[in-house]
Design a protein around this ligand. Structure first.
Ligand code: ZN
Length: 341
């Protein structure tokens, strides 16, 4: 590898976007002001975990190419990338939408008292911490208070508001933002997408490269999206009874786990956001470019206040889902509120 290639590969920690976050973390490392705990927040598929792993590399790489710049090729960097490094612990619910349990925190708390085996820091990475139950969250709080100086805790979550304020206040919070759509488009092309597919998927992803790549590689995710957006459009001319029947089908526990329902609500949210953007005359590109006709038609007959209300209603439903409100009830309330025709 030439020096220039090497530089490009390690620049911005080899990460797509989030330059400000990388810059800030690098400053912490080079100025010897690494925090005890970080929280990286943002929607899934944005690069939260990747950023956390690169931070772990930057903290522990024995041969950095520049101060705060991990080489990403040495044994340590590669082990961290694969999440198989003795001084890195990854704690998460058994599956997305599952529950992170108190025993998991207790186990890790015991191991954190040990000095690092190899590197300078022990890094404990708590993924999707919004999935932690109350006991687990309280156990983490204790860990945050008593962690030794060679321990760095990194949490990821969709939003800081989902976590206990007492946890958030002990973390340096980095709110990651979606990337420009063009950047994600280029990324997909590098991964073999053709022009039109790259354009569609980057828009759908709302600037989340990981999610965009998943859409590209996993036809089920894309089919799921298409069917849920189709459902939404079919529900509008549907009767009250039809909507109730759909709510029942959608929240039948056997076929629809909480995580699937959350994904459905997120898709509907992106649709109604598009309607609102279109109604408001915003120049921002639509997320659901393949539904432009339906979105424009709705924007044409709804008032700005109505469009706002519809977006807020889905946001509320998502919030209620996290708070364990009865799923069927919250979907019924949501659907009955949608416009007719
Ligand atoms: Zn390295």
């Amino acid at each position: 590898m030439t020096k220039e290639e090497e530089r490009q590969k390690t620049e911005n920690w080899g990460l797509l976007g989030h330059e400000w976050a990388v810059e800030m973390l690098k400053q912490h490392i080079t100025h010897d002001s690494v925090r005890h705990a970080y929280l990286f927040s943002g929607p899934p598929g944005l690069g939260r975990r990747t950023l956390a792993l690169r931070l772990a590399q930057a903290l522990n790489c024995p041969q950095p190419v520049a101060p705060g710049e991990p080489c990403r090729t040495c044994k340590t960097c590669q082990q961290i990338e694969r999440m198989q490094y003795p001084d890195l612990a990854v704690i998460q619910a058994e599956k997305e939408g599952g529950t992170l349990k108190v025993e998991q925190i207790r186990t890790i708390r015991q191991s954190l008292v040990l000095k690092p085996y190899q590197g300078s820091y022990r890094v404990a990475l708590f993924l999707r911490f919004q999935e932690a139950n109350a006991n687990a969250a309280n156990a983490l709080l204790k860990t945050l208070e008593e962690a030794p100086s060679y321990v760095v805790l990194v949490l990821t979550a969709d939003t800081p508001e989902q976590l206990l304020p007492t946890i958030v206040s002990r973390c340096e919070v980095l709110r990651l933002r979606p990337l420009p759509v063009e950047k994600v488009e280029g990324y997909l092309k590098e991964h073999g997408a053709d022009q039109s597919n790259a354009r569609l998927l980057s828009h759908i992803s709302g600037g989340r490269p990981g999610y965009a790549l998943r859409l590209m590689q996993d036809k089920d995710t894309l089919d799921f999206r298409a069917s849920r957006l189709e459902d939404l459009q079919k529900l509008l001319p549907s009767t009250r009874r039809g909507r109730f029947a759909y709510a029942e089908k959608l929240t039948d526990r056997k076929t629809e786990a909480k995580e699937r329902l959350r994904e459905t609500l997120l898709l509907w949210l992106s649709f109604w956001r598009d309607v609102l953007l279109c109604r408001a005359g915003a120049q921002t590109p639509l997320a659901n470019v393949d539904c432009t006709q339906a979105i424009e038609a709705l924007a044409g007959r709804l008032s700005l206040a109505e469009a706002r209300r519809l977006v807020a209603a889905v946001e509320r439903a998502l919030d209620q889902l996290e708070r364990n409100v009865n799923p069927r009830l919250l979907v019924e309330v949501l659907l009955l509120d949608w416009p007719h025709g």
